[in-house]
Design a protein around this ligand. Structure first.
Ligand code: ADP
Ligand code: MG
Length: 598
């Protein structure tokens, strides 16, 4: 065929394929238009997962009757003009493609009344065919109804999921929009059932409550933006006690635009490193503000990805603010938290509450009668310096951020050959000896690693081990890192390696586990994947796990004390390297309540 310019109709349908993929993408475009129009209330109704009909109604500024037909022309927009800078765009839409695209693959009924007009107008576009404009009564705002989506594009229809699937996609997409716009009240109704309703109070916490429920909303930590800064981050992030098995609960927005970004998602994960178990992810709403000219939104058909002028800066900012908040608020895991209600009612006047963990963790030694044998002052000088240096190697410099500390604890004894029982300022504390030791060893290994002075123990007899297919490559790739922790391993033939020395930390246990077996265990755990942690960190955590005192081991009281002393010097004494708690607390309040003392 000779080269021809495509007809407008065909060109629109091709363009539509880029913008509207499924009901969720139609709704995203329509709702973004509502947001751009300054709406404070948006109602979305679906019939049959959107296949039969989608209606979006808003109370925004509306479209003047005379302009309504233009809204459905390709590349017709009121949001940019010749003088606009295509980079610095403050609205969600700007290409003028959505409405014509949607109208070319469905039957659209648009009713709108602009704020300046006392009547509305209705326009029907039947799979690209514009009917004549009619005058009609309508409230200020816009209502767009989309019927029979993709009826003229059988190929698209085939890719539609079941109504239930499409509804959950819509719900997820609207959920993130609602989180980014807490000042807009969103309602989603599917087949007459309400699926999402936010209140539009403007408080992010209320939006989280509506989208994820009260239990989660109550445990979110608030990211406060740094004042008067061109780049800032605010939002809510989950405390480490609640987490999820996937990343779907991490919502990112830049200048009001929800975005997908593997890199920034990773920045969030990294910030939680050490606070969460492996392969667990936080719930987070992270709203980034940058100068508009720093972001190019015009790089993705659905505008769901953006390009940053200074991505590294944004990455560091996100990671640093989340990490700082976590470090500052890292709670001691309180026993039975949420188990009883009405705790607040029993709070003694002027006394501390079970929730006053911040006061405790900043080392409020003076309000606590000096224990008979305090393990160590929580504000020990050495601690602070050590903390700063190890944090700096981990994720940039955090000088000035409050550090995670242990309460001052007095060891009472050991129970079940697993837990160290302690008395502390706010009650009874139980320390998991394995988790605590793991944290201590992990920090030591990390020191060794960054100082490049492996503490290595030569084996009397080198161990030759056979590796599963593929494992050799893993070893080969990481020989240097393995060496830095103290493994001296050498490739030996097609499938085997020989191990001549092992990390010093493992030497006391190697005899029971067998050096070779230990190496295989470490490799296995490492290759099982796991995200948010680098290979090295995971290796250190695995080695720490294998070299730490186990549950079921008797610990003399002196050893228990020394373990706590060491734990106190670590960067994150409240969690083990996998993110599990090292200690839990039974608060004085709980005790008094349970014993009916008050
Ligand atoms: P874009 O959003 O990229 O400008 P659209 O095709 O989505 O392109 O919309 C075209 C135009 O129609 C918009 O620029 C806006 O002027 C108008 N419009 C669309 N939806 C609404 C709405 N809900 N309220 C007010 N104006 C709207
Ligand atoms: Mg638009």
């Amino acid at each position: 065929m000779p080269i021809k310019v495509l007809s407008d109709d065909l060109a629109s349908r091709i363009a539509a394929g880029e913008v509207v993929e499924r009901p969720a993408s139609v709704i995203k475009e329509l709702v973004e238009n509502s947001i751009d129009a300054g709406s404070s209330r948006v109602v979305i109704e679906l019939v049959d997962g959107g296949a039969k009909s989608i209606t979006v109604t808003d109370n925004g500024h509306g479209i003047p009757a005379g302009e309504l037909p233009f809204a459905f022309e390709r590349f017709a927009t009121s949001k940019i003009d010749e003088n606009s800078d295509l980079i610095a765009i403050g609205t969600l839409g700007f290409r003028g493609e959505a409405l014509p695209s949607i109208a070319s693959v469905s039957r659209v009924t648009a009713v709108s009344r602009s704020v300046e007009s006392d009547s509305g107008a209705r326009l029907v576009i039947d799979f690209g065919d514009k009917h004549s404009l009619e005058k009609t009564g309508a409230p200020v705002g816009t209502r767009i109804q989309v019927d029979g989506l993709f009826q003229n594009v059988p190929a698209r229809l085939k890719f539609m999921g079941s109504p239930g699937k499409e509804v959950s996609r819509v719900q997820a997409m609207l959920g993130s929009l609602a989180l980014v716009y807490p000042d807009i009240a969103f309602t989603l109704v599917s087949d007459s059932r309400e699926r999402l309703k936010t209140t539009g109070t403007g408080k992010l916490e209320d939006a989280v409550r509506s989208v994820y429920g009260s239990k989660i909303a109550d445990q979110m930590l608030s990211l406060e933006p740094e004042e008067q800064s061109a780049f800032s981050v605010d939002g809510l992030i989950s405390s480490p006690s609640i987490n999820r098995s996937n990343r779907n609960y991490i919502t990112l927005a830049v200048n009001g635009r929800t975005i997908q970004s593997r890199r920034l998602t990773y920045a969030v994960e990294q910030a939680y490193h050490g606070f969460l178990p492996e392969r667990r992810f936080p719930i987070a709403v992270v709203r980034i503000q940058t100068p508009l000219s720093d972001v190019d939104a015009n790089v993705h058909p659905a505008k769901s990805e953006v390009r940053f002028l200074r991505e590294d800066l944004v990455y560091a900012l996100v990671q640093r603010s989340i990490r700082g908040l976590l470090n500052a608020s890292a709670p001691v895991h309180e026993l039975g938290i949420g188990r009883t209600s009405g705790v607040g009612l029993l709070r003694p006047v002027g006394g501390s509450t079970p929730g006053s963990r911040t006061a405790m963790s900043s080392g409020s030694v003076s309000t606590w009668p000096t224990p008979e044998e305090p393990v160590q002052s929580a504000l020990d000088h050495e601690n602070v310096t050590k903390n700063e240096s190890s944090n700096a190697t981990e994720s940039g410099s955090f000088s000035g951020t409050p550090r995670e500390t242990l309460p001052v604890l007095r060891v009472v004894g050991q129970t079940h050959e697993t837990y160290i029982v302690c008395e502390g300022p706010e009650g009874i504390y139980l320390v998991d000896q394995h988790a605590a030791h793991e944290r201590v060893t992990y920090d030591q290994l990390q020191d060794t690693f960054s100082n490049r002075s492996p503490d290595s123990q030569a084996l009397l007899e080198p161990a030759v081990i056979e590796l599963a297919p593929g494992m050799l490559t893993v070893v080969q790739e990481h020989l240097e890192e393995l060496g830095k922790v103290g493994w001296d391993a050498e490739i030996f033939g097609a499938n085997s390696i020989v191990i001549r020395s092992i990390p010093g930390a493992l030497s006391t246990r190697a005899s029971s586990d067998g050096a070779g077996q230990m190496f295989i265990n470490v490799l296995d755990e490492l290759t099982q994947g796991g995200t948010g942690q680098s290979w090295v960190d995971r290796m250190l955590a695995t080695v720490a796990c294998h070299s730490s005192v186990r549950a079921g081991q008797t610990l003399p009281i002196e050893d228990a004390k020394s373990l706590l002393r060491q734990l106190e010097k670590t960067t994150h004494p409240n969690t083990c390297p996998h993110g599990r708690p090292t200690l839990i607390q039974l608060s004085v309040n709980d005790l008094e309540r349970e014993f009916k003392r008050r």
